[in-house]
Design a protein around this ligand. Structure first.
Ligand SMILES: NC(=O)c1ccc[n+]([C@@H]2O[C@H](COP(=O)([O-])OP(=O)(O)OC[C@H]3O[C@@H](n4cnc5c(N)ncnc54)[C@H](O)[C@@H]3O)[C@@H](O)[C@H]2O)c1
Length: 381
């Protein structure tokens, strides 16, 4: 299918293509490809991945769905004004942003949308297929970076949008990554189809800040035999993600993943909760506090506090690029089912695997090595 035999070209179809993370992905990929910035934060650009036969960043082609119509170059302008993108970069990669913008199709369902679930799935599938064929791509990876959906749904409710897109990905024959806590491929309807599809998929919910720290500190307390009594966290953030997570049901989906990491690494569930506060003035900049109360020798009481101040999209975008490349290569190698070895990237990994970051990294590197040795047999892992 590819125009080039030696360099597979890979589509990256972003659900939520005009959001902060997606805009940073497209801008960052073009800026790194052009040599304007080093690939800081991209794990797949480190030596352990050199022989994994991953697609080159210059061979990624972007498109996607969104329900908003603010053009990508305008989104990049406002991210520049907010300090998320460095000055001048969006202008330097204006033609790449315009090319991606031309490949964004209307998403759904929008308010008042009268299309049935089946009609929406068909429309999304057609858009993804058309993109893949017109660009003569070897494959397209569908990545969900759309707004987080509420966690719980009533029985008989329509399928969540993230699941409609996951089903469209399956029907278009595409590997799939869920970077959000939304249900997506985890919905029972999609999970059944996914099992039969022979496609690889990964998720859920990128691990970029507070949970990343928890995946390092949890094992430390357990390995040093220190007893954690309580672990409490608060997050302040703005931007589209902050607004979406102001809905308690959406925040519940996010917090479940954060708390799961502690239960898995500590072996017990400590007291304490996680809160997310929407502070629009902060934009994409997040502050996350953790307060850990623990006991030492002879029950001596101690406290660890951490403060994480991060720019959410700058943390997420390199991981999305990593995941698109790894999942594309897994598909090329004939792998199918949940890619548990990508748990390093997620709060709530599909396919099981360890929860501590160090073990997850080892597993990822093993997987990357096996990708280098696999042609198309589906044996890697
Ligand atoms: N940035 C991080 O560090 C991080 C970490 C983990 C997960 N995430 C998740 O990534 C997602 C994106 O974050 P963001 O900061 O870019 O948010 P954002 O609000 O800037 O972007 C979300 C985009 O999704 C679009 N959208 C909403 N519903 C849609 C639908 N039905 N179809 C198509 N598009 C739709 C919105 O119009 C918007 O453009 C969120 O779910 C967030 O929780 C982000």
């Amino acid at each position: 299918m590819s125009a080039s035999l030696s360099r597979p070209r890979v589509g990256v179809w972003l659900i939520g293509a005009r959001g902060s993370v997606a805009t940073t992905v497209v801008t960052g990929c073009a800026a790194v490809t052009a040599g304007l910035h080093p690939p800081t934060g991209m794990v797949t650009e480190t030596p352990a991945f050199t022989d994994s036969r991953l697609p080159a960043l210059s061979d990624l082609v972007f498109g996607g769905h969104d329900t908003l119509d603010c053009p990508l170059p305008k989104r990049a302008e406002s991210l520049t004004a907010g300090g998320v993108l460095p000055a001048g970069v969006a202008t330097a990669v204006a033609s790449e942003l315009a090319a991606a913008e031309r490949e964004i199709r209307p998403g759904g369902p929008t308010p008042g949308d009268t299309r049935s679930d089946a009609e929406l799935i068909t429309a999304f599938t057609d858009d993804i297929r058309d993109f893949t064929h017109r660009h003569e791509l070897d494959r397209t990876v569908v990545v969900n970076v759309a707004s987080t959906e509420p966690a719980s749904r009533e029985a008989g409710a329509p399928l969540p949008a993230s699941t409609l897109y996951a089903l469209a990905a399956l029907r278009a024959g595409c590997p799939y990554v869920n970077f959000t806590p939304s249900e997506g491929m985890n919905h029972p309807v999609a999970a059944r189809e996914a099992q039969l599809s022979g496609l690889p998929y990964a998720g859920r919910d990128g691990k970029t800040g507070q949970t990343l720290l928890r995946a390092v500190l949890g094992p430390m307390f357990a390995q040093r035999a220190l007893r954690v009594r309580a672990w409490s966290g608060t997050n302040l953030l703005g931007g589209g993600d902050g607004a979406a997570l102001a809905d308690p049901a959406a925040a519940a989906a996010k917090n479940a993943g954060k708390e799961r990491v502690l239960a898995d690494t500590l072996g017990t569930v400590p007291e304490g909760e996680v809160h997310i506060d929407d502070v629009p003035a902060l934009g994409d900049w997040k502050t996350a506090w953790d307060h850990v109360a623990f006991d030492g020798f002879l029950g001596t009481r101690m406290v660890l506090q951490t403060i994480w101040q991060g720019c959410d999209s700058a943390l997420a975008a390199p991981l999305v690029l990593d995941l698109a490349r790894l999942t594309a290569r897994a598909h090329e190698a004939g792998l199918s089912g949940p890619l548990g070895a990508l748990g390093f990237y997620f709060k709530d990994p599909v396919g099981g695997g360890p929860s501590g970051l160090a073990e997850q990294y080892e597993e990822l590197v093993r997987f990357a090595r096996s990708l280098g040795h696999t042609e198309g047999t589906g044996e890697a892992r």
